[in-house]
Design a protein around this ligand. Structure first.
Ligand code: 5HM
Length: 341
């Protein structure tokens, strides 16, 4: 029995997974036309799951989408309105153009069950409050019925999440049937560790480790060149080891009220019913951490509604510094000239 490789940040784990799969793949997989290099069975551990963000010039990520996806899950949502707005590619996962059936993990974890019983998440937290050492706080996602239709356009890749409270810390273990190391993995780890941090806040526990187990870990052949650029950047120096920015800490008193408030304002911004300045957001009854998340949605609103203009510099300056770095690299042409540090 070997303990999983542990990493100080997701950036380090990501580079190690990409290197492992691209150098040591054992299969060339062609399922559903997605040709990939594949490893069967992959596991890693993050010692500090708050270090969830990538800051790589070779792999610009979308910090707005990261938060949109996590909030879409927390909202227990199945419909495309929110998630499809921030990533139109998600519309391809939908059969009816309105809902996402399989990868709407939040609907399976956070929404009340069809018979009106509390959500799996609420039940798991109840269990951990009653018996903190429990090994039963498992949040199932993949169901037997998911296999009923061969060729289903969207089966969950997430099998389930497990919460383990030990010695005052909340640990999480993720089980996935499949993970695209250069695509899905980046968003999945971001969302799942954010959910872990939220669960720790609700339980009054400190944030423990995050362990990620995957059945099929693969890199698409079309992505090998991009993966190579990431490997070149992370091999070059301390960028893979030392985070460029301190990870923001979710306030320990974060509650469902905060999540609901953020979701309400996100919808107002997404539907362009409001336009927020930095001062407007500062006046909202939300901790700074969540105000900064809302400012990302305001910045995105400006991207969509004023496509010819740079995003308001005051809004950019008020973003969480790591998210600002990502935003400016993702949309360099929408930042006032010469501003990118
Ligand atoms: O044919 P299959 O359903 O396995 O294809 C789904 C692809 O999306 C796989 O490459 C899987 O690894 C990736 N994926 C991911 O990495 C998909 C989802 C959505 O469920 C995800 N992570 N969260």
């Amino acid at each position: 029995m070997i303990a999983p490789a542990a990493f100080p940040s997701f950036q380090c784990a990501y580079a190690a997974v990409l290197r492992h799969v691209t150098e040591n793949y054992t299969h060339v997989n062609t399922a559903r036309g997605n040709d990939s290099h594949e490893i069967i069975g992959a596991t890693f551990r993050l010692i500090d799951p708050r270090q969830r963000a990538l800051h790589l010039t070779s792999r610009p990520v979308n910090p707005v989408y990261h938060h949109a996806e996590a909030l879409w899950y927390l909202g227990g949502l199945r419909n495309l309105d929110l998630i499809g707005h921030y990533a139109s590619r998600r519309r391809a996962d939908s059969r009816d153009g309105t809902t996402i059936e399989g990868s709407s993990y939040g609907a399976r974890i956070f929404a009340p069950r069809p018979d009106g019983a509390p959500s799996a998440f609420d039940r798991a937290l109840e269990l951990l409050r009653a018996e903190k050492d429990s090994k039963r706080a498992y949040l199932p996602v993949f169901e037997a019925g998911d296999l009923d239709e061969i060729g289903h356009p969207d089966l969950p890749c997430l099998v389930g999440l497990q919460l383990l409270a030990r010695d005052g810390y909340l640990h999480m273990v993720t089980y996935m049937r499949a993970n695209d190391a250069n695509r899905g993995l980046v968003c999945d780890v971001y969302s799942f560790t954010l959910i872990q941090e939220f669960a720790a806040a609700l339980l009054g526990l400190r944030l423990g480790s995050y362990t990620h187990h995957v059945g099929s870990m693969h890199v698409g052949i079309r992505d090998l060149e991009r993966a190579g650029r990431v490997l070149a950047e992370t091999a070059a120096g301390p960028v893979a080891a030392a985070p460029l920015f301190p990870a923001p800490v979710m306030p320990a008193d974060t509650s469902w009220r905060h999540i609901r408030t953020v979701l309400e304002h996100e919808e107002l911004l997404r539907t362009n019913q409001v336009r927020y300045t930095r001062a407007d957001v500062a006046a909202l009854d939300l901790p700074r951490y969540w105000q900064r998340v809302l400012l990302l949605f305001e910045a995105h609103r400006q991207l969509v509604t004023c496509p010819a203009d740079p995003v308001d510099q005051q809004v950019l300056e008020a973003l969480e510094p790591g998210a600002r770095w990502q935003f400016e690299r993702r949309w360099p042409t929408r930042v006032a000239t010469g501003v990118i540090a």
